[in-house]
Design a protein around this ligand. Structure first.
Ligand code: MCN
Length: 795
């Protein structure tokens, strides 16, 4: 039976029936009449000058329709891939922004850089022909590490940027921080690596281009988190197609995790080639190809110092980070290690002074951009590792030092020294609840039991705060964004009262079809089954900014809520006319418009019908129809936060770290769907644990080859790596979002890496260890144990 399903309920996800019954519609599933298939030749070298490219043999192979190189695109005036965010250095100069051709010309800058594109009748023919292209490479020395790239004499990724420095950026008050360090009773220091990650969503990227000569209309089907932004960037800057002549469709997308949040070369190449050939052209990424062509994440080297007084109170934080951008600037690359990183360094603490400098650096690696959490896990990792180091060095309990510095809930709104003002939160409450759920009291007993079996056991804690819900446009603009960051929603009420929502966000696993339907059901009293959520097609949906930065609910949901408000207001006007009452006397509740204090009422369905059959209708003052639209630009970020405990056991004989327990208490504001939020948190935690224990994008230092370029070498976490994860809410209400909601999509990845590594270090603390870099693989841990035992024996 159809019924209203409101906020706070956990119905089954609307979208899951088609997924679990194999009826999803992914780009790879789409077939167009006469469709051709494309394959890319990708550079096997990390850094090389391109000489002659002989495509004669490839072009003559069976089924081959065309072979294109970077020179062909250049000759046709195809532009470079634009960057969506421009930052400025501490000297006031803009970042270096070299061109990023969709297919390389002149030079290749990383293994996997596109060199040519073959179009053939079958994908096998296209792939065979790729092998027959003869390229003259003049191999150049490559540099893959950020530290090396800044050394004098390092190979220059760009001839005109000899120091490889894209931007030398800073935030905060350097003088205040220096003064804090002069007064400090103790300074804790750390040097750490935030390891490179490769997203690997379950569905690899794919794109189909099509051109209709009759209408001059181009269509791109793509695995994207933000089809409207792709339409804008590709149409305006790369292919010079007017917006109304370009349709971008992102149908079902099998996970993005940030990786599908950029405008990629392949999208432009298939769209361009389809128009050249007059036939649709499809490209589907192979898994191994994805390893060297999907944007990577993280890859920082950081030195940081924390100044404390004798009681363990924080006085100041100094952070120096080198951030790897790879061989080209990806769409949001420069924004991630700067604006999404430094403003989060205060965490949930009163930190009187912060200064963060970030050198953003080119190397001969795959471009680096946002990956779930994007900058915020990196900031949390620096801070929460440093707090543990300070606690160990000063002999203060790790929970006590945090409590001593936490922002009390009554101090909100809280202005940090690094731009952001937290509107609400209760970090102490989160920690209290997490401590209980994690049975911290029982830990000592569990440690003894592990020791009894010859194992080391450790307990790690990380608190965190996140800025999400990107973003207040004006603030983002002042920080270098090259576009607004509002969101849009249309509520289309049909004559029967059923509703179609057109929303500018994109659902690729987060359950929007369910949670957004819950919002509408709750607000309009419309049965859950009678509501459809439509996204991902620029021909259907008004301009929207898409899904990333855990923005869909707090920005998109807010637009939806406001559009629903407008529907209610119009409905009240119709009801006032029909019930012959003043507008002020009409109340809307539980799907009914009634005259306050009377039993005179009209159902939502009756009003919807009247809007489209306006016989008894105030036509003099009101247009027929019931469809409302809203664009919502947030006034601030939302600031979810929480406390995560990880408990690990280490086998000293093998170095294997086993995650024994994981407890997360998170403040995500009002919760629309508890089941979906729990799933988001669990998924995020699994990804964060993956970073902490398993995953690492490793490059060979001299050749620039990606050594972990397949699932044989890149270790994704698996279900049997996890205990049952305990997730519990501790919510405070966001003061500025319409429903009091905060984002939740990235929280798990933010708290977990530091919690796990803090647990690993805790287990190894008796050996004198104060830091372990990620990932804490058996090899790394075994070596640490062996070396520290040897050092202890030598003392
Ligand atoms: N939600 C809720 N109550 C809250 C907060 C959120 O019920 N207080 C619900 C939302 O309505 C939505 C889901 O939880 O259904 C996530 O909401 P939100 O925090 O708004 O995040 P987004 O929907 O914007 O998703 C983006 C975020 C990011 S940035 C990455 S990366 C990520 C993630 O979500 N990628 C994912 N979660 C993912 N989950 C899956 N399955 N696949 C991905 O690629």
């Amino acid at each position: 039976m159809s019924k209203v399903v409101g906020i706070g309920a956990s119905p089954k996800r609307k979208e899951d029936l088609r997924f679990v019954t194999g009826r999803g519609n992914y780009v790879a599933d789409i077939k167009r009449p006469g469709m051709l298939f494309g394959a890319f030749l990708r550079s096997p070298h990390a850094h090389a000058r391109l000489g002659a490219i002989d495509v004669t043999a490839a072009g003559a192979m069976p089924g081959v329709v065309a072979v294109y190189t970077g020179e062909d695109l250049k000759a046709d005036n195809v532009g470079g891939l634009p960057v969506g965010w421009g930052i400025h250095g501490k000297d006031g100069n803009p970042m270096k922004e070299p061109p990023h051709p969709p297919i390389a010309h002149g030079k290749v800058r990383h293994v996997g850089d596109a060199v040519a594109f073959v179009v053939a009748e079958t994908v096998e023919q296209a792939r065979s022909a790729v092998e027959a292209i003869d390229v003259q490479y003049e191999i150049l020395p490559a540099v893959v590490s950020v530290v090396e790239a800044l050394q004098a004499g390092a190979p220059a990724v760009y001839d005109d940027i000899p120091d490889n420095l894209c931007c030398d950026w800073e935030l905060g008050d350097a003088a205040a921080v220096e003064a804090a360090f002069i007064d400090a009773a103790h300074v804790a220091s750390i040097e750490l690596v935030n390891n490179r990650l490769i997203g690997n969503p379950m569905e690899p990227r794919a794109a189909i281009g099509e051109y209709d000569f009759a209408t001059g209309q181009h269509t791109l089907w793509t695995t994207s988190q933000f089809p409207h932004v792709v339409r804008f960037l590709m149409g305006e800057f790369v292919l010079h197609i007017p917006q109304h002549k370009l349709r971008v469709v992102a149908p079902d997308v099998g996970g993005g995790f940030g990786v599908k949040q950029f405008h990629y070369a392949e999208e432009a190449v298939v769209t361009w080639a389809a128009a050249k050939l007059g036939l649709p052209v499809k490209w589907v990424c192979e898994r191994s190809e994805g390893f060297v062509s999907d944007a990577h994440g993280r890859d920082h080297f950081t030195e940081a110092d924390l100044a404390l007084d004798e009681s363990g109170k924080f006085l100041g934080l100094r952070v120096r980070t080198l951030a790897n951008m790879g061989g080209y600037l990806s769409t949001f690359g420069p924004n991630i290690p700067t604006n999404l990183y430094a403003p989060l360094l205060s965490g949930v603490y009163r930190m009187p002074a912060i200064h963060c400098s970030v050198k953003v650096v080119f190397t001969n690696t795959v471009p680096v951009d946002a990956y779930r959490g994007a900058g915020r896990p990196e900031a949390t990792f620096v801070l929460e590792r440093l707090v543990d180091v300070a606690a160990i060095e000063m002999g203060i309990d790790k929970r006590a030092i945090r409590r001593r510095n936490m922002i009390p809930t009554e101090a909100y709104p809280y202005q940090t020294p690094v731009i952001v003002e937290y509107d609400s939160g209760d970090p102490m409450g989160c920690l209290d609840r997490a401590e209980k759920l994690a049975d911290v009291e029982g830990f000592e007993q569990r440690r003894l039991e592990s020791a009894h079996r010859g194992k080391y056991r450790g307990l790690g804690l990380s608190t965190y705060v996140e800025a999400c819900g990107l973003a207040p446009s004006r603030l983002a603009g002042s920080l270098g964004a090259r576009g607004g960051l509002y969101e849009s929603a249309t509520v289309r009420v049909h004559p029967t009262g059923a509703v179609t929502v057109l929303i500018g966000t994109h659902n690729h696993g987060q359950g929007h079809e369910t949670t957004f339907a819950q919002i509408v059901s709750d607000r309009l009293g419309v049965p859950f089954e009678d509501i459809d959520i439509v996204c991902g097609d620029t021909a259907k949906v008004q301009f929207g900014m898409g899904t990333y930065g855990s923005r869909s609910l707090v920005v998109g949901g807010a637009a939806l809520s406001k559009a629903a408000d407008k529907v209610i207001l119009k409905g009240r006007k119709i009801a006032a006319h029909q019930l012959e009452a003043d507008l002020g006397d009409i109340v809307f509740e539980a799907g009914e418009f009634s005259v306050a204090g009377t039993d005179r009422k009209k159902k939502f369905t009756e009003i919807a019908g009247a809007a489209y059959v306006p016989f008894d209708y105030p036509l003099e003052t009101l247009e027929p129809g019931l469809e409302e639209q809203s664009y919502y630009d947030p006034v601030n970020f939302t600031y979810p936060g929480g406390a995560h405990f990880a408990e690990v056991e280490i086998d000293p004989d093998t170095g294997t770290v086993t995650l024994e327990r994981y407890t997360a208490v998170d403040d995500v504001g009002t919760i629309i769907n508890p089941m979906i939020v729990e799933g988001q948190l669990q998924g995020g935690i699994a990804q964060g644990v993956g970073q902490a224990l398993f995953e690492h994008g490793v490059y060979d230092e001299s050749s620039g080859q990606l050594l972990s370029g397949s699932f044989m070498d890149y270790c994704m976490p698996r279900a049997d790596n996890f205990p049952a994860i305990v997730v519990a809410p501790h919510s405070t209400t966001c003061t500025h979002t319409p429903m009091g909601v905060k984002g939740c999509g990235e929280c798990g990845t933010i708290g977990s890496p530091a919690a796990v590594i803090n647990a690993v270090v805790d287990a190894l603390q008796p050996l004198g260890i104060t830091h372990v870099d990620m990932p804490a693989t058996p090899n790394r841990i075994w070596n640490i144990i062996r070396n520290s035992r040897a050092a202890l024996a030598a003392e």
